[in-house]
Design a protein around this ligand. Structure first.
Ligand code: 13P
Length: 287
């Protein structure tokens, strides 16, 4: 059932668990995530980056596919279709295309410009029934060619952006996209605590969920994190399972080259990763 992400995240905040945002890249990804959320009776957020949107031939295609699949598979758990790290233009396009939630990433603008653009998009999103996430302090690592420095967000700036009426806030606390380097210092819980206190208990978003140790994820949830984004980990499990299939020469046996067979181990591997994360975040049976 397609909904915006506001209520599922307020429930998660009050119930002290996290809802997973899993990024989608194609039909297989979408199907694996929807079926697993349904099987585990968990709310779920499908994240779509601007790059993934282009790859799938546009946000309209994505929205149409997700809506039709949600209906055809008889999905009853709450599902939000969310733009991940949206530009100002991308956010507007997703509101028009039928997404149920957007993220506007204005973290690279000076704070006043971030405020002005976020204000406009909050009004537009809410007019159309969508939820909106904003970001302060860019998340490190690389995503779609955008390299963030991994800043720790300033609590005063977080409070300023929160006051604009956004529904949930992504704040950098030393988290980065992709694999964490061996010398990573871990999440900055002191900063998270200050941000949590400065932002009136708004649900907080933890980006870069891949590779964060379980105990850090649990601690982050106790400090106000209600949404955790995972992308790379599904990509790694998909690639690993696909490589094993090819290396075992299975594509050369019978009709093993049939894409429905070739992509099946990867699709199953994504299900296992999503299942594991839903357990870790505590959102099973919270639909
Ligand atoms: P990872 O790719 O590190 O899991 O991060 C995902 C993310 O934060 C999407 O916005």
């Amino acid at each position: 059932m397609l909904v915006n992400a506001t209520n599922m995240l307020l429930k998660a905040r009050d119930g002290h668990y996290g809802v997973g945002q899993f990024n989608i890249n194609n039909l297989e990804w979408t199907k694996s995530i929807l079926l697993t959320a349904q099987e585990m009776n968990s709310p779920v957020i499908l994240g779509v980056s601007e790059g993934a949107g282009k790859y799938m031939a546009g946000f309209k295609v994505v929205a149409a596919m997700v809506r039709a699949m949600d209906e055809s598979l008889g999905i009853t758990v709450p599902v939000a279709l969310h733009l991940d790290h949206g530009t100002y233009e991308g956010a507007k396009a997703c509101i028009e295309a039928g997404f149920t939630s957007i993220m506007f990433d204005g973290s690279h603008y000076p704070i006043d410009e971030n405020v002005a653009k976020t204000t406009e998009l909050v009004a537009m999103a809410h007019d159309h029934g969508l939820s909106i996430e904003a970001e302060v302090g860019s998340i490190g690592g690389e995503e779609d060619g955008v390299v963030g420095a991994g800043e720790v967000a300033d609590p005063a700036e977080c409070a300023k952006i929160t006051a604009l009426g956004i529904d949930f806030l992504a704040a950098g606390i030393g988290n980065i996209h992709g694999k964490y380097p061996a010398n990573w210092k871990g999440l900055d819980f002191e900063a998270l605590d200050k941000i949590h206190q400065a932002t009136g208990n708004i649900p907080l978003v933890l980006h870069g969920g891949t590779g964060i140790p379980d105990e850090m994820v649990h601690k982050a949830i106790t400090l106000g994190v209600s949404k955790i984004n995972v992308n790379t980990e599904c990509q790694l499990s998909f690639a690993d399972a696909t490589r094993k299939y090819i290396e075992a020469g299975k594509d050369l046996q019978g009709k093993g080259y049939d894409p429905r067979k070739l992509l099946a181990p990867g699709a199953e591997a994504i299900k296992a990763t999503v299942r594991e994360k839903i357990e870790l975040f505590g959102s099973a049976n919270k639909a």
